[in-house]
Design a protein around this ligand. Structure first.
Ligand SMILES: [Zn+2]
Length: 155
């Protein structure tokens, strides 16, 4: 299995009979299941009935900590908490938190959406978050619509 499985490819529930099994003709237990408040695709596993979002089990694949907990930790980091104090308060090793952050950079856009939607993290805070690992991940430069297209010129 690749390091980052494809979205909706398998059930992330370790207790499920379909856990980690990709979708095939014989193994088709994952169905689309509406969207989250943040507009992300949600899936349901028909084997165990569990639901998960497209980020779950893909961004933090192989991580034992629940994704929500990881994202919350990253949110606190973005809000200015130090890794050392988060480590003390949350009980995770600093290395672990840094590893989450490195994982997150590979899916920066998805993580940013979640941080903005759920934790009201601002753009500048995101930049300082990524600065921790000196990597902006795969985030593409956002293209602002040019005003020139809408204004000026004779009509
Ligand atoms: Zn399942």
């Amino acid at each position: 299995m690749p390091e980052f499985a494809q979205v909706g490819d398998y059930c992330p529930n370790e207790a499920c009979t379909g856990y980690g099994k990709g979708q095939t003709k014989d193994q088709a237990n994952i169905v689309k299941f509406g969207k989250t408040k943040a507009g992300r695709q949600r899936y349901q596993c028909k084997s165990c009935g569990g639901t998960f979002t497209e980020t779950k089990g893909t961004i933090f694949y192989r991580r034992r900590t629940p994704e929500d907990e990881i994202v919350e930790t990253l949110a606190l980091l973005a809000e200015g908490s130090r890794i050392s104090s988060l480590s003390r308060v949350k009980g995770y090793k600093e290395d672990t938190i840094l590893a989450w952050l490195r994982d997150a950079t590979a899916h920066a856009e998805a993580i940013e959406e979640e941080l903005i939607a759920k934790y009201q993290i601002e753009r500048g805070q995101l930049d300082s978050l990524w600065a921790y690992v000196g990597n902006k991940g795969e985030k593409k430069a956002t293209q602002r619509p040019t005003k020139a297209a809408n204004s000026g010129g004779p009509q």
